[in-house]
Design a protein around this ligand. Sequence first.
Ligand code: TNX
Length: 478
Amino acid sequence: MTLESILALVPTPATFEIAPGAAPFALDAGDRDGAIEFALDVIDEVLVTEGALGDEGYRLSVDAYVMRAEAQTEAGLFYARQSLTQLVSRGAGGWHVPALSITDAPRFAYRGVMLDVARHFFDVETVFAYIDRAASLKFNALHLHLSDDQGWRIEITSRPGLTDGAGGFYSQEDYREIVSYAASRHMIVVPEIDVPSHTHAVSLAYPELCEPVVLNDDHRAQAVELGQDLPVAGEPYAGWAVGFSSLKIHNEATYAFLADVFGELAALTPGPYLHLGGDEAFGTTAPDFALFMARASEIVRATGKTPISWHEAGAAPGLATGSIGQYWNYTTPEDGHGEHALAFIRGGGSLILSPADAAYLDMKHDASTPLGLTWANGPTSVEHAYSWDAAAVIDGVDDGDILGVEAPLWTETIATLADIDTMAFPRIAAIAELAWSPAAAELRTWASFRQRVGALGPLWASQGIGFFASPEIQWAHE
Ligand code: TNX
């Protein structure tokens, strides 16, 4: 394989033509970073008003004399530039971009990555770095999991006790900076406050809002297996148990709290969505869960934002109309999970697909991976992360019901940017392609993907991304 013989682009474009044997656009010799800077300077960028490129599409044409990008929006030009960056390579005559033309637009409007900043907190610079990585793969949404049992990570001025705990949090000014950095890379921020469970951190600051800890046999067995303490009322918790905490559901003060929190978040967030969690409420009865999710989702909607919740909330008949469900069960759904997901579509909403056995970036790559978890059907290879289709997961759900695809990164075992990189890469590129590339795109195959992703190794290395050098991929060295 030579780099010249493949179109080294991830996600692969909707359509393209390579001019075989045509002279490439030559760039000044120099180090790779320098070459890329030069390429971005010389590209001829044109905003067009007509055509079918849409909000995010672009056309790119390169020959020996000119590199030209056309789009109807700044976002489209931005994606043309991301493609160009990946297409720079070194051939016999130095750095160049092959002669080609590409017409490209995304399959799904929502292409997300999630970072859990609650289990481990990540500073603003690290979030910026993750935004850069995601934007380079044409993701357009950063979902921040801002609260969990282990910590509350966003300043809420009306409830100042929430951020008294250890570990760190974003001031509202920090959050605004994240939002504007993301916007400059054409990404929205989707903030998540996970309720009614995953709220032990709330109970430390405002115990009157929360139920006592409810433990089950799984919690006890897991604590023994992992050698971790069980959660205790009134004490900070750093273990991996889930679903033992809950807000009080029959208490008006809970809903006043939610109105304050989601009200402040809505005011800070220009994007259209607020995520309210709703997963793993193991200590809550089904009727109480339904009542809570109905009221909480209406509180979110009253802020003017569209509520997103994890798909379990589809069990709640009174969920706010138009709610979006984020599906986390497997690429082959277990009993009941597909039905809960379908409830969002019946309720006038749509789905974001994040099947845990394929899209969860915190699953181990293989049995020897030091970081990560294995609960989602064991480790997740790059091939498995790649080899599914969003419209084939849930019977009766097709492209029109799907808002998009998201790759979550939970951080029980992940504490640094290097940890993020080694867990996310290269699988994040597989999810990027699932989210962007049309199912029928010529190169949307595993055989092609593993070559194209291998060709990106030198670019990632030059950007300081310590990707997992999966043996499934034949990595290029230059
Ligand atoms: C499941 S699936 C969770 C998180 C954990 C994650 C670890 C879902 C919505 N929640 O609470 O951090 O597994 O992989």
